[in-house]
Design a protein. Structure first.
Length: 260
């Protein structure tokens, strides 16, 4: 967290920002927060606000006319920055922020554990139900790729299936044999499928690292064999898995919010 109390201009303060993820606050002459933003690299992001005016969008230029001070709060990851930004925006409702609306909310993974055959699906907002949620995730493409691979790895269902209850009490996951998940039984009991769901949830919780470690080992092996196309594909998969399981702290409970 920034602790420098010297009287510096916002531009001078921005030069002192670290190359770390974080959240920044723009303030007006009265010290009120007029904008909250997040950054993968605070120094680079803040520097972008002090470029020549002709390169700014009209909105940013108008906002910067009101900014008299700034501060920032370092966090450990982009995911933490996303979570903290959302909490601060909802708490202060800064004038220049586009508040979190449906089209600005980040994806989350929803699993209805009350369903006998739960599916993993991407949603934009949580509802007051008994479902299990993972996220939010700042990288939409990463979580979509991870879910696609999780289907193949754990044998779980996404939204492309309508399971049917069979006379013997088992469930048929796919009607079309071409859609069946390779290496996994297509007709299962609730308990058998539940074990798959438990394994997938453990992965999303960051408690199962063996898969990512194996992907990394395979990537290095492919690179050593000069199979660069395969290595690149595995690299992208590894990145998606890491971004999806990146852990974040609970700010409201474990870390006090910055004071206005």
């Amino acid at each position: 967290m920034q602790t420098d109390r010297e009287e510096l201009s916002p531009k001078a303060k921005a030069r002192r920002a670290p190359h770390t993820p974080g959240v920044y606050l723009m303030k007006d002459v009265a010290g009120g927060v007029v904008y909250v933003g997040k950054a993968k690299d605070l120094k680079k992001r803040l520097a972008s606000y002090f470029m020549p005016r002709m390169r700014m969008t009209p909105k940013v230029a108008a906002m910067m006319d009101t900014v008299q001070d700034l501060e920032w709060h370092e966090v450990r990851s982009e995911t933490e920055a996303l979570l903290l930004e959302g909490k601060l925006i909802k708490r202060w409702r800064p004038k220049w922020n586009i508040l979190f609306r449906d089209d600005k909310q980040f994806p989350q993974v929803r699993v209805d554990l009350a369903d006998p055959i739960p599916k993993f699906r991407i949603v934009r907002a949580r509802t007051s139900d008994s479902c299990r949620y993972f996220g939010p995730f700042p990288h939409q493409q990463a979580v979509r790729r991870a879910l696609t691979e999780m289907k193949k790895k754990f044998g779980i269902l996404l939204t492309d299936s309508s399971p049917a209850l069979l006379p013997d009490g088992r469930w048929k996951l796919y009607d079309d044999a071409r859609a069946e998940i390779q290496k996994f039984a297509n007709e299962v009991t609730v308990q058998e499928y539940g074990a798959r769901v438990t394994a997938a949830c453990a992965f999303l919780d960051g408690k199962a690292v063996a898969w990512a470690e194996q992907v990394e080992a395979d990537m290095r092996e492919a690179a050593a064999a000069r199979d660069y196309e395969k290595a690149a594909s595995l690299r992208d998969l590894l990145d998606a898995l890491k971004r999806t399981t990146e852990k974040s702290r609970r700010f409201l409970r474990d870390n006090p919010l910055p004071r206005r």
